[in-house]
Design a protein around this ligand. Structure first.
Ligand code: IMP
Length: 178
């Protein structure tokens, strides 16, 4: 079994890079068909989405642009106690077909906050999300997660942009805690 050690934790291989690329191809096919005659504005959420975003947009056929944002998290008055603010968004989203690009949707709190902020500030023609990974067992929201690469169990994973304390983003397979 292929393993990697990052800081104090050992991780074992759970999804190889070929399976990840195949899943992204299928996701891109769906986007290509759904947005055939539309222009897409991808908003990729750093840091985790950089590898997925690069692989995805290479496979997308409709006219598109991509922009990168960050999430600033701080303690505040929300249901899970954390305020997540989208920073660095310079694009005008009014009238655009927006697809948020995320590395993973876990509880869904981050995704819901981003959707709320976008819909409060702008009037986009449509907003969807494309996420490389989705943990359905830990999802606590009701918003549909439109484009999912792979569904995974509720375990911590690294690789393909996802990190453990900043490490492991470069791994070309996905690993889970051993
Ligand atoms: P949510 O708000 O609970 O959906 O969490 C989303 C964020 O938590 C992601 O963008 C990741 O930064 C982080 N995250 C959740 N699960 C994992 C994991 O298994 N590995 C690495 N980061 C994770």
């Amino acid at each position: 079994m292929k393993t990697v050690t990052l800081l104090d934790k050992k991780f074992k291989l759970c999804i190889n890079g070929v399976q990840v690329k195949t899943a992204i191809d299928h996701l891109a096919d769906r986007i290509n068909s759904d947005y055939r005659d539309k222009e897409i504005l991808f908003i990729a959420v750093l840091n985790g989405s950089f590898m997925f975003a690069a692989e995805l947009v290479r496979k997308v056929k409709p006219l598109c642009r991509i922009s990168f944002v960050k999430i600033a998290s701080y303690q505040g008055d929300t249901s899970d106690g954390v305020v997540r603010e989208l920073i660095g968004l310079k694009e005008d989203l009014n009238g655009r077909h927006v697809i948020l690009v995320e590395d993973i949707v876990d509880t869904g709190f981050t995704f819901e906050h981003m959707m709320t902020q976008i819909k409060t500030k702008y009037k986009p023609a449509s907003v969807a999300i494309a996420t490389l990974l989705f943990k359905p067992q830990s999802y606590r929201k009701s918003l549909p997660v439109d484009y999912v690469g792979l569904e995974i169990p509720n375990d911590f994973v690294v690789g393909w942009g996802l990190d453990y304390s900043g490490y492991g983003r470069n791994l070309e397979d996905i690993y889970t805690i051993a």
